[in-house]
Structure formats: C-alpha cells, structure tokens
Design a protein around this ligand. Structure first.
Ligand code: 13P
Ligand code: SF4
Length: 301
C-alpha cells in the first residue's frame, strides 16, 4: 500500500473514532479531497459547520474559515491542521481601522468579506462571501456601505448596486497578480473556451470573463453551459476540483497558487486528529459579536 493510501486509511479510522468531520475548501490539495466529508466554498462550508452533529470539526482551509466554524459552533472542538495557514487579505485590515471607518461614515453599514479575522467580524454589521456579496449589499436598508477588505470584490459589487460603496484597499495577492492582457493572449490560443473568473480578480480580468462566481459556482456553470472547454481564472487547485466534478469537459488553468491553502497535507491532518491540534480558541464576547454578522449573512441567503 502506498504511503498516501496508508495515511488516508488512518485518517478515516480516526475520524470515526473521534466523531470528527473534515470540512475541505475547494483550493485544497486533491489528496485532501479523499478524506473530506464535505468540499465547498466559504459559504457552503460555513453552512455545514453550523449544521453538523460531529464533536470535532477539522478545517482543511485557512484560519478565517476555521474561526468562522468555531464562531458558528462554539461548543465544538474546531481544529486547523496548520496554524500558519492564514490569509494575507484577511490581515490587511484591523478592527481599529474598521472603527475609524465607522466614525468617518456614520450612516454606512459595514459589510465584511468572510476573509477577515474574527475581531473584524465582531465590529461589522454583516458578513458576505464571494457567492452572496451582491445580494447581501443590496439587502441592506442603508444607502451607504463600507465594504472591506477586498477592493476587487467591492468594485464588482458596486457594478451591481446603486448604493454608495466605500472600498478598503485590500486584495488577494493570488488573484491580484493575474493580468487581463495575459488572459486575453491565452484566450486567443483557446478561442472556444469560456472564461470563468473569481471576483477577487481585478477589473481587467472580470471584464473579459464569461462568468464571475465563487469557487462553488464554477462547477455548476461548467455543467450547465454548452461549451466543452473552460479557462479557470483563480487559485490553481480549482482546476483539480473541476476536473473531478465535471470529467466530461476540459479545464485550462490561468492561475496562481495560494501557499496558505496548500500548507495542509495528509500528514498534518493525521497529526491534527492524533494530537487534537491546533484548537481554535477565541474570546467568548468577541465570538458572540462576530456571530451576529455571520448569522445576519446566513439569513440573507
Ligand atoms: P470562495 O468563497 O469563493 O471559495 O473563496 C474563498 C477564497 O479565499 C478565495 O480566494
Ligand atoms: Fe486568502 Fe487569497 Fe489564499 Fe483566498 S487565495 S485564502 S483570499 S490569500
């Protein structure tokens, strides 16, 4: 038996013994999919985290996702196999900076992308993900919105809303580095392919995309669309996931790697289950405040 097969068997056995569930983001390594109980985007994963009967949630993704699971299921044991698996975009805004924005725009509602740290969620009115950002913003009674931290997602939302949106200058480096001119050149080599892009990409990418959606929306689009070939513009792992989900179609990568997402390995998942690490522990008062902004989002969509 190969080493990875052995690891997979050990993880599956321990999962059962510990009544643990493994929630896995789409960008994870394909071998992690093998031990997953559920694979999805941020919104789908947060829903699963709020609904599970498991005692332990092992989150194969990044820290803000594991924190969201803990906030929604505070009595559960939530583990993040690699504690360094953060998100550079989430670290681009602090709670103090949100409070300064609130003072500057007192009539505005604060909409925080779920890619934020828990203390930022605690001073926000509502969260959103890439799957529901437009709906969340348009659901609010306020005419003015503070949208943070992703300027690209915020700009995309602005194009689908009549509200005045104040943007924060954050971004995801993985998506920011993808350039529209390079994408146009790539498309010329594959003229029949449809372009699917994540809204964390810059405007020049989104302008030439045939469809803009969360990672969870990509498989649905590819299945339903008549085309046989797609250019997938986001983190590289998404192409692995689409090839598994829609094997009859052809997926081409126009992508960068997220080192945070790729930090989780089968070895680290096994160690997490064996040694009950790394536990997500958050201040209770902060969690209670942050929960409101996540629950408000889940009530919209
Ligand atoms: P999704 O919610 O679309 O999966 O995006 C999460 C993310 O971190 C994208 O970079
Ligand atoms: Fe954060 Fe970007 Fe990685 Fe997503 S792809 S987890 S936004 S750094």
């Amino acid at each position: 038996m190969s080493d990875s097969k052995k690891l997979i068997e050990q993880i599956k056995k321990l999962k059962k013994e510990k009544n643990a569930i493994l929630l896995v983001h789409n960008y994870q390594r394909p071998e992690i999919y093998e031990v997953a109980d559920f694979i999805g985007d941020s919104l789908e994963l947060s829903r699963k985290a709020s609904q599970t009967d498991a005692d332990t949630i092992v989150f194969c993704g990044v820290k803000f996702m594991a924190e969201t699971a803990k906030i929604l299921s505070p009595n559960k044991n939530v583990l993040l196999p690699v504690i360094e698996a953060g998100c550079s975009m989430a670290d681009m805004i602090t709670a103090e900076q949100v409070l300064e924005l609130r003072a500057k725009y007192p009539n505005a509602a604060v909409v925080s992308y779920v890619n934020t740290n828990a203390d930022v969620k605690a001073v926000s009115d509502i969260c959103c993900t890439s799957a529901n950002a437009i709906k969340v913003v348009n659901s609010l009674p306020n005419d003015e919105i503070i949208f943070l931290p992703d300027k690209n997602l915020g700009h995309y939302v602005q194009q689908h809303s009549t509200k005045t949106i104040h943007l924060w200058a954050g971004y995801c480096a993985v998506h920011q580095d993808l350039k529209g001119t390079d994408l146009i050149a790539f498309k010329k080599e594959h003229p029949l392919a449809k372009i699917i892009a994540h809204p964390e990409c810059q405007e020049d990418i989104l302008e030439v995309a045939d469809f803009v959606c969360s990672t969870g929306g990509m498989a649905k689009y590819a299945e339903q669309n008549g085309s046989e070939e797609f250019i997938v513009v986001t983190e590289c792992g998404m192409t692995d996931k689409l090839r598994q989900d829609v094997p009859s179609k052809n997926f081409l990568s126009f992508c960068n790697l997220c080192s945070f997402m790729k930090a989780t390995t089968l070895e680290s998942v096994l160690a997490a289950l064996q040694e009950n690490k790394h536990q997500i522990i958050l201040d209770e008062e902060m969690m209670n405040k942050a929960r409101k902004s996540i629950v408000n989002m889940l009530a919209v969509v």
